[in-house]
Design a protein around this ligand. Structure first.
Ligand SMILES: Cc1cc2nc3c(=O)[nH]c(=O)nc-3n(C[C@H](O)[C@H](O)[C@H](O)COP(=O)(O)OP(=O)(O)OC[C@H]3O[C@@H](n4cnc5c(N)ncnc54)[C@H](O)[C@@H]3O)c2cc1C
Length: 352
């Protein structure tokens, strides 16, 4: 078992499964509030600061960096484990359907190589059924979510413009960092599109174009929470502004762009409230007599030993498809179709 323990926590308040965008954020937010968190990650430990091929040149790359079976996105991709096929994790598709499931099996999940394009859902996206009769309305509105988008963008660092297009909401003033200067081809594209009355605006991306204000932001994001302010300040002080060395998909040793492994997990660990276990493949959620989640079973991939761990709350953040798989595997007398699957739609209508 590969474990990083900031402090031994014999009894956990929360078990978080998966350490990517969702799990990393859950572990961070819960641990800065003082809760004891057990973070279980199926992939291996990963340190972008020492492992990213950010400064490697073509001469360092076998086949000039081209992709292969073990590294589909090529030598420079930050994903050290995972791909379209993951050993020991087969999947099938329904006859006549095509589905390719891309997975990252490493600390931080897909946040290590994602494109950093950070868009908000707009008001229409929350209420599609009311608007055009398709899909389902979410129980919340854009207006309810807007303050949380602001907080997330401030925390992770997102650049973008101030434009306010239909269903593409702008952030509150002062939230976004300024976008980088447009390049020549971007200016030419804009010039051409202006004639056609097609708006061309800077993308919103989770990349720092200037250093974060660590004297101000931690207080603003976590008013009155000194633990959160301390660990967040430390974390922000270690992040530099981007100097456009190479593609973000290589990962970022200067922590300029957002990945869970540089922006969320380090401050979460620094709280002393998180126990991280990597190579821990969760297979089932267990429940108590009332049917409330009481813990999980995970397999230590290195020893193949099955462990049962308990907590008051279980957060599944193993990605859309894998979380559904765990839920469907979590069958009991109370939940014969898998946990929280009274509707029968767990595992259906997914977009990964
Ligand atoms: C090539 C690529 C580019 C992308 N670019 C963008 C972009 O520009 N903008 C954007 O918004 N989105 C982008 N995405 C999507 C984005 O990366 C995902 O939506 C996001 O990472 C999902 O977060 P998550 O926490 O659900 O899953 P992940 O980030 O995948 O994290 C899930 C974690 O759970 C772990 N896990 C899985 N199963 C188990 C288990 N049984 N037990 C324990 N741990 C488990 C995994 O190993 C992984 O670390 C991109 C994705 C890809 C593949």
């Amino acid at each position: 078992m590969s474990a990083r323990r900031s402090k031994v926590a014999p009894q956990y308040d929360v078990i978080v499964v998966g350490s990517g965008a969702g799990g990393g954020m859950a572990a961070y937010q819960l641990s800065v509030q003082g809760l004891k968190v057990l973070l279980l990650e199926a992939g291996r430990d990963y340190d972008p600061v020492t492992e990213t091929p950010m400064f490697q040149t073509p001469k360092d790359a076998p086949l000039r960096g081209a992709g292969g079976a073990d590294k589909p996105f090529g030598f420079y991709d930050a994903t050290v484990d995972g791909g379209w096929r993951v050993p020991g994790e087969p999947f099938t598709t329904a006859p006549g359907s095509q589905f390719q499931w891309w997975r990252a099996r490493m600390l931080g999940g897909r946040t290590n190589h994602w494109g950093r394009i950070s868009l908000r859902m707009g008001p229409y996206d929350f209420k599609p059924k009311s608007r055009d009769g398709l899909g389902e309305d979410w129980p919340m509105t854009y207006e309810t979510m807007a303050p949380y988008y602001d907080k997330t963008e401030l925390l992770i660092g997102v650049y973008g413009g101030e434009e306010d297009l239909e269903n593409t909401p702008r952030s509150s003033p002062g939230v976004l960092q300024p976008p980088p200067a447009a390049r020549t081809y971007e200016l030419l594209t804009k010039q051409a599109c202006d004639h056609l009355k097609i708006p061309v605006i800077p993308a919103h991306r989770a990349v720092l174009t200037r250093r974060q204000d660590s004297a101000r932001l931690p207080q603003k994001l976590h008013p009155g929470n000194r633990l959160a302010q301390r660990v967040l300040k430390q974390s922000m002080d270690q992040r530099m502004a981007c100097f456009y060395a190479t593609d973000c998909g290589r990962g970022c040793s200067i922590k300029a762009n957002f990945q869970s492994t540089t922006v969320l997990i380090p401050p979460a660990m620094a709280t002393g409230n998180v126990t991280l276990i990597t190579d821990a493949m969760v297979r089932e959620v267990t429940v108590d007599k009332q049917g409330r989640a009481s813990g999980v079973h995970y397999i230590d991939k290195l020893t193949r030993v099955d462990h049962h761990v308990t907590a008051k709350v279980v957060v599944l953040a193993a990605s859309a498809c894998e979380t559904s798989r765990i839920m469907l595997n979590s069958k009991s007398a109370l939940f014969p179709n898998g946990i929280a699957n009274g509707s029968g739609v767990v595992g259906k209508y997914l977009m990964d």
